[in-house]
Design a protein around this ligand. Structure first.
Ligand code: SAH
Ligand code: F3S
Length: 497
């Protein structure tokens, strides 16, 4: 493509890390075909939305964005509007029924087709739809084949920071929790070969990456069997720990039942693996866990947590919870509240139940907890977790922590400060146990591992000074602002980030 023909793309991403990675990869593929990122949406030749279906709210946001882009499309009929990801797979042709000005609908298992489809649309082929088979739409092999893992060559320019990257271990999920649409929209669980994961990691490290986060819906269910030899997540971590130049390895999300002793030992023994385990409990009551079809009792969860605490006393454990699930009584909600008050989670992501068509809960259980009760329970649980998080953070005051410096803090981002590489600014980074730390330091420390003396703890973050004593302590008010980075909705991965 010649320079004058360069097309410009704007992409907005909602949802989980899988979507952030998918957007990175789609943009990389289009850049190889001569596309560039547009500085603003108004400059774009194509506007894509990479979507999420986990809760209704995420879908509503996309349909309202599509309503707004319609006006732009009326002004510029040549603008290509694309809906990618989970909502494309879930709603399929319905996306174009509701928003006929959409040109492109592509599910997460068909993203490799995007460059070809966009070319087709620009050449006048009309609207394009590519989705995978439904979970009952054929043999297991045929369904699995229709959800292709999309892991083409990376493009370092596309990552939020050049020294951190997501690496996919597997696609899909076979757990079928009663509330969850993911198995439907992301397809059967399919592992990537360990060699591909290690090779991708080595390539990322050669490009300057220092931390990788392995991602899978249930990452610790990872299994790859080849010639009678099985590679589990613990084996994969051992291989990755040997990659020279890599500093840190994280992995999300863990399924409680697959938190096996070999994995806990790997986290304990492998120096690069972070002391951070996201293991969603979802609820505190056996009856609700049964209705949710989570496959464990709270006793089993606590047994797992006990093993983690024993082997990894310094590990941070985090959870997800759903409040207001079908039939949840006050007494049942209280069990979740008790769990949060006693289990010492570093933090929890709390969601109000949102019925999802195509799930067992949607088909079989009434969504009978009123919205105002869901809202109230959400707040009560959030308050309990905030208190627990603060208690969990306080012991860090007075300790020295190694921090990977990620960039400017939220406060500096808002200020749009540009202190230059030697100028001092408020920076943010994370400890080995995934705690956010803010501190004043020269910008050139971004991307480096730095020792920080912790001086203050808030519920959402720690604050401190660079260990050589150069920087000043950060007041506590600023600590709370960092909360937005970790707990606000995923900032839309817009063009240019
Ligand atoms: N294993 C996945 C889970 C994806 S969904 C992962 O990578 O995290 C993320 C979280 O959203 C779940 O753990 C659950 O707490 C919440 N969630 C899923 N479906 C939901 C629904 N229908 N309503 C409310 N919250 C839901
Ligand atoms: Fe969803 Fe349960 Fe899988 S929460 S992603 S069905 S483990």
């Amino acid at each position: 493509m010649t320079k004058t023909m360069t097309k410009r793309l704007w992409i907005e991403t909602v949802g989980c890390q899988m979507n952030v990675l998918d957007s990175e990869l789609v943009v990389a593929a289009l850049r190889r075909q001569g596309w560039e990122l547009a500085p603003t949406q108004a400059d774009a030749d194509a506007v894509f939305y990479n979507t999420c279906s986990v809760r209704q709210h995420a879908e509503d946001k996309i349909y309202s964005a599509l309503g707004r882009i319609r006006l732009e499309k009326e002004k510029r009929p040549g603008l290509v509007v694309g809906v990618l990801g989970c909502m494309a797979q879930k709603d399929q042709a319905l996306v174009r029924t509701r928003a006929p000005w959409v040109d492109l609908v592509v599910g997460p298992g068909q993203l490799h087709q995007v460059p070809r489809l966009v070319d087709g649309i620009l050449a006048g082929s009309g609207p394009q739809l590519e989705v995978s088979l439904d979970r009952k739409g054929g043999s297991r092999e045929a369904i699995a084949r229709s959800f292709e893992s999309y892991d083409p060559d990376r493009d370092p320019a596309m990552r939020p920071t050049p020294f951190q990257a997501f690496v996919r271990t597997q696609t899909g999920c076979d757990k079928f929790c009663a509330f969850c649409v993911v198995p439907r929209v992301r397809g059967p669980e399919q592992a990537r070969p360990p060699e591909a994961i290690v090779a991708e990691t080595k390539k990322l490290v050669a490009e300057g990456c220092r931390e990788i986060t392995l991602i899978g819906q249930t990452v610790n269910s990872y299994r790859w069997t080849d010639g009678g030899k099985t590679t589990r997540l613990s084996d994969l971590l051992a291989q990755l720990d040997g990659v020279a130049g890599l500093d840190r390895i994280k992995f999300v999300t863990n399924y409680p039942r697959d938190m096996t002793p070999d994995l806990i030992a790997a986290v304990r023994d492998l120096p690069k693996v972070c002391y951070y385990l996201h293991v969603p409990a979802q609820h505190g009551s056996d009856d609700v866990l049964l209705r949710m079809k989570r496959g464990y009792t709270i006793g089993e969860y606590m047994e797992m947590l006990g093993r983690v605490r024993e082997e990894l006393p310094h590990a941070a454990v985090t959870s997800d919870f759903i409040v207001g699930f079908c039939g949840e009584t006050d007494a049942e909600f209280q069990t979740t509240l008790d769990l949060v008050s006693t289990a010492r989670f570093k933090n929890s992501y709390i969601f109000k139940y949102s019925p999802r068509p195509g799930t067992k809960a949607f088909e079989r259980l009434p969504d009978d907890v009123p919205e105002d009760v869901k809202k109230a329970r959400n707040q009560v649980l959030l308050d309990a977790q905030t208190e627990a998080s603060l208690a969990d953070n306080l012991p860090f005051v007075g300790t020295r922590q190694q921090v990977l410096v990620e960039g400017l803090s939220a406060r500096e981002e808002r200020r749009e400060a540009n202190p230059g590489p030697d100028g001092t600014a408020q920076l943010t980074g994370r400890t080995m146990c995934d705690r956010i730390v803010v501190f004043d330091a020269p910008l050139r420390l971004v991307g480096r591992l730095v020792d920080i003396d912790i001086t203050t703890a808030g519920a959402w973050a720690l604050a401190g000074t660079v260990a050589d004593g150069l920087a000043a302590a950060v007041p506590l008010e600023d600590v709370h602002q960092v909360h937005q980075i970790a707990f606000g909705p995923q900032p839309a991965a817009r063009s240019g980030v």
